[in-house]
Design a protein around this ligand. Structure first.
Ligand code: XIL
Length: 344
């Protein structure tokens, strides 16, 4: 088959990539060529987050997000907005007044409304779907104690969806989160989304981020989640990447900055992947794409969290300065062999 991703998945689901600021400023023309050639959907990796788009109250910076939307339009792509309400990368001004005191529920709701309606309103009819709320539920299914939750309570979620819908009734609205195959989180998300739907809140679907590794998550659990979420609406795989590196968060007691030897262990593939790890990588990516194809009726989009290995956030998270290989294109922008495997 023709090794062009969007052709391979045509009539199945959109295939997308997250774009970073360098690319949008025109500093990475080769990476943008890969995007044009292989993808038919884009998402903003950072430029639409509240800290970037409204760094100070009432001061909006749309310079990069405008470039992002224009790029998607001139290439006929599905354009996804990420993200309106999130506990992270949100400026402190949202939550405090001039005296530095915590704002009231009413004030925070008003700020949320202004933010959502200004951003969604600007791109009305142009950004096709939004992550309205990102990462509001913890792995055990309970609500994250974010500032939004602490000040407003769980109603912040339904209010965010209502505000977004008012600003653009045509845009598809998503709840997005990580570890979505974890049974505890699945239970919490299903409960929350069912409740939202019962109350008539305009939520169209659920985004499973999909930051996976060689050994986690369990693919059977991932499938159970696809089915559970698929029963409630659309499902997207919103931030797919496959890290080959060990995760210190899963390795109890690791204190990487104090332990040089440990640090070496944490960055084992500086000079390239070993053949056996590459084989595992190929197998695992292929298994996940097989699963997505099996559930293509439910899945409307699969988006990779980046374009090539060199620009992946995984080189700097959860540990900085590593060499990871999580995406489908290598550091020279060449498709990896796994591309042929997944489009078979
Ligand atoms: C990440 C970006 O990739 C990084 O560049 C940034 O420094 C931190 O955020 N879940 C999300 C994304 O919803 O917004 C995060 O993106 C990755 C985890």
């Amino acid at each position: 088959p023709d090794p062009v991703l969007h052709k391979a998945f045509q009539d199945k689901f959109h295939i997308g990539a997250a774009l970073n600021t360098h690319q949008l400023l025109g500093r990475e023309p080769q990476e943008m060529e890969v995007v044009k050639q292989h993808f038919n959907s884009i998402v903003a990796e950072n430029c639409m987050k509240s800290g970037r788009i409204q760094p100070r109250q009432g001061e909006f910076d749309f310079s990069i997000s405008d470039a992002f939307v224009e790029f998607g339009e001139s290439n006929n792509m599905h354009i996804h907005g990420h993200t309106l309400i999130w506990h992270s990368q949100t400026p402190q001004w949202f939550f405090v007044d001039e005296e530095g005191e915590k704002v009231s529920k009413e004030v925070l709701i008003q700020r949320m409304k202004d933010h959502i309606q200004t951003v969604v309103g600007r791109y009305k009819g142009r950004v096709h779907s939004w992550d309205v709320v990102n990462e509001a539920i913890l792995d055990d299914g309970s609500f994250r104690e974010s500032e939004f939750y602490k000040i407003i309570g769980e109603d912040f979620i339904k209010l965010a969806f209502r505000f977004a819908h008012e600003a653009d009734p045509e845009a598809e609205l998503f709840y997005n989160d990580y570890s979505m195959s974890n049974p505890g989180k699945r239970k919490g998300v299903v409960k929350m989304v069912k409740k939202l739907k019962k109350e008539g809140i305009p939520i169209d679907g659920i985004g499973m981020q999909g930051h996976i590794g060689l050994n986690h998550p369990d693919i059977e659990e991932f499938e159970k989640s696809l089915e559970a979420y698929g029963a409630l609406g659309k499902v997207v795989i919103s931030e797919l990447d496959l890290s080959v590196l060990p995760s210190p968060r899963r390795d109890a007691g690791a204190n990487i900055s104090d332990n040089f030897e440990y640090e070496e262990k944490m960055n084992p593939f500086k000079e390239g992947l070993s053949t056996s790890v590459e084989a595992q990588f190929n197998e695992r990516y292929t298994a996940f794409f097989k699963l997505f194809l099996k559930h293509q009726e439910k899945i409307s989009r699969v988006t990779l969290w980046g374009v090539n290995d060199g620009n992946s956030w995984k080189n700097n998270w959860p540990v900085e300065g590593r060499t990871d290989y999580p995406l489908l294109f290598n550091r020279e922008n060449q498709p990896k062999t796994v591309v042929m495997d997944i489009i078979q």
